[in-house]
Design a protein around this ligand. Sequence first.
Ligand code: PEP
Ligand code: MN
Length: 345
Amino acid sequence: MIIVMKQNAKKEQLDEVIGRIRDLGYEPHVIEGESRNVIGAVGDERGKSVLQSLESMAGVEDVVPILKPYKLASREVCPESSLVEIAPGVVIGGDELIVMAGPCSVESEEQIVFTAKAVKRAGAKVLRGGAFKPRTSPYSFQGMEEDGLKLLDLARQETGLPIVTEVVNPRDVELVARYSDVMQVGARNVQNFALLKMLGQLDKPILLKRGMATTIQEYLMSAEYILAEGNRRVILCERGIRTFETATRNTLDISAVPVLKEQTHLPVVIDPSHATGHAHLVPSMSYAAVAAGCDGLIIEVHPSPETAASDGPQSLRPAEFADMMMKLKQFAEVAGRSLPAVGGE
Ligand code: PEP
Ligand code: MN
């Protein structure tokens, strides 16, 4: 249920309503709006009609059911778009288009520091790099693990770029959280509910990738697992879904951007690298994603894609990335977004 408070409701009235929601066995989530506050009361769907009685409390304007199965993720509960702060001055969901870039996997100090400097020069605001890799084959490179996290930390110190890196296993949450600014949940883990619940207890942004066979509703239910535990800083990421098409690694569901923007207040990022699987397709899909209204992009960049330990064919070289960023600026402007500080190789 959504409890809409009156515009002039007092703080004590809000607190009383919160207390009453708890007494009824529901969890109150206050969303502060510009003109009024609303409270999302979430819990057991079966007895929710008891919450209707809150209508008679002082300061309450209305009590309305949340129609969608996801609650805290929905725009019904939070009509204003959420801004997620990744690091001081790096905010996603607002006017600025945030580009995250870096290699698929961290491979060496030289590789990650060189790439971090190059993507920063080209205008990226966040460094990506996998230290724990979810590989389809158990015989493929599994990542440098904690050594990789240490190298990411070094690259952050060298460049000041915050880091997004993947956590694959619930037992590594604490370790990855110690080094990262944003925790990534990969496509294969989108319905690992135990992992999502643990991430919901962190005070850290989560980049939640859409699964390759996850409907938008299922995807938002996964986001709800994180939100329901109290972590409001969820960033969504469409990275291509499985279809019958084989010309691309996956099929980029570009329409997911406007659909998600309609259904949820959470920021939406596009990953054109995993979506297409081919570096030469990455720029055009990035421009299309920006035109469709995404809040950011996450792009694989490698100094020598031919020798990359993972995902070389879809990785841009630093010069190609810099060139793409220059062109992206124009698309961003047309879409009403800013993309400041674009340098060049
Ligand atoms: C990645 O970002 O390196 C990755 C493994 O992505 P996905 O989970 O989307 O396949
Ligand atoms: Mn990859």
